[in-house]
Design a protein around this ligand. Structure first.
Ligand SMILES: [Mn+2]
Length: 426
């Protein structure tokens, strides 16, 4: 039989997502922490997990007591009614408020109150799990919570639950080193504090759980709690439940080759479509997705695209399957002008000579000048490839296509630098 533990990272109940467009302002609770907490409880009940554990910073701050209390209480009662244990530790944000909430919510098990390590053993159908927890005693704590401590292993799988700053020795937020965590003798660590989740797995069951849902553009990518499935033999499976109601995404959109500024819209819609397909794989679809769009590639229509986009309403994009509200949180322009090789090749300066060489690559492969260029370049590349420090790499032949591609890319890069120098000088 397996024991299933749902581990939730930084929840920050009471915090609201930033940068929502007008269309979504009224839904900031569902799109934020209250929404993800309800989703977590719903899914925990549906899956019938054995316990839920919260790794600190459950509540954003003291001012959020009433809102956090209502949300947390509702969820805790629903979990307890279904026989699911609910445990947690205190982080640097909720030093005063979480112990008070825990006192009022009977059944919520706070571990390691006041900075004293505490262990509790959970059990279901013969599979045991011992959780070791430590709670922040004050908003700042400059020592490692593991300093001078030896954790006694308990029955079954042993996991640590800790809110701490890993490998940041000068941090005021419980600095702890990877070595201390490794040497503590546990089977894994469920960490809170850093909002970027680590890639947790059976092989690597120690690390940051990440924020439960992203609250600002810095929190792009999949977010949600992690399900640890355990048996008496060890950790069987570790899965991120991607449940965040608001997904933050960086979306590069290549505009190379567009014929009209309006084509940029279609490229954007196509990129959103691709994201839409990826989000459909999540355990629950996000309600909304915030896009940080960067237009890239080569086009001379960058300024016209920018003018066109100014007139567009980007607070709600009609794209994808229509089940997710997409909006552009920020639009960036990083396109570069098209380089006209034909024009440049007429010049009698180094720019012209280089442009002529690059144009040779466009000729048929049996063209003698092209063949000479490729042969000389291949000799140079071969000399580099056979130098001793590459010897450990598997020997791979350099194809003609490789050489042409390398010449094309490095030639264009050099040409851009030459053109930029020319502009700077004039
Ligand atoms: Mn924190």
């Amino acid at each position: 039989m397996t024991y299933s533990l749902l581990a939730v990272g930084d929840l920050h109940l009471g915090a609201r997502p930033s940068r929502l467009p007008d269309e979504l302002i009224g839904r900031s609770a569902e799109l934020g922490t209250a929404g993800v907490w309800r989703r977590i409880v719903d899914q925990a009940l549906e899956q019938g997990v054995n316990a839920v554990v919260l790794a600190g910073d459950v509540v954003e701050d003291e001012d959020d007591f009433f809102e956090a209390y209502r949300e947390l209480a509702t969820g805790v009662e629903r979990l307890l009614a279904a026989g699911i244990r609910i445990l947690g530790v205190v982080g640097n944000h909720d030093v005063r408020v979480l112990p008070r909430l825990a006192d009022q919510l009977s059944g919520f098990e706070l571990l390691g109150r006041g900075g004293e390590w505490e262990a509790v053993t959970l059990e279901s159908a013969g599979t045991e799990l011992t959780l070791h927890g430590w709670s922040f005693p004050s908003p700042r704590f400059r020592d490692s919570p593991l300093k001078g401590t030896r954790l006694e292993r308990g029955p079954g799988i042993n996991l640590g639950v800790l809110h701490a700053d890993r490998d940041q020795p000068a941090s005021p937020y419980a600095p702890v080193s990877s070595a201390e965590l490794r040497d503590a003798g546990l089977d894994g660590w469920l960490l809170g504090h850093i909002h970027m989740p680590d890639a947790l797995s059976v092989e690597s069951p120690s690390g940051y759980l990440g924020s439960a849902t992203g609250l600002d553009p810095g929190e792009s990518g999949a977010r949600g709690p992690w399900l640890f499935e355990l048996s008496s033999g060890g950790i069987q499976r570790v899965t991120q439940w991607r449940l965040a109601p608001l997904h933050w995404a960086r979306l590069p959109v290549d505009l190379t080759g567009i014929a009209a500024p309006e084509d940029a819209r279609e490229r954007l819609v196509a990129a959103v479509q691709e994201l839409d397909e990826a989000l459909a794989e999540h355990r629950m679809l996000p309600e909304a997705a915030a896009l940080r769009v960067t237009f890239t590639g080569r086009t001379d229509l960058g300024a016209e695209v920018a003018r066109l986009m100014q007139r567009e309403s980007l607070g709600a994009l009609h794209a994808g399957s229509g089940r997710i509200h997409y909006f552009v949180e920020t639009l960036r322009y990083a396109t570069q002008p098209v380089i006209d090789l034909v024009e440049l090749a007429r010049r009698a300066d180094p720019v012209g000579l280089l442009a002529q060489r690059i144009r040779l690559l466009e000729r048929e492969s049996d063209d003698p000048e092209r063949q000479t260029l490729i042969r000389e370049a291949r000799q140079q590349l071969q000399q580099q490839a056979s130098r001793s420090h590459w010897q450990a790499l598997p020997a791979q032949g350099i194809t003609e296509a490789d050489v042409a591609d390398w010449l094309q890319r490095s030639g264009m890069a050099a040409l851009e630098r030459l053109l930029a120098q020319g502009r700077a000088a004039s």
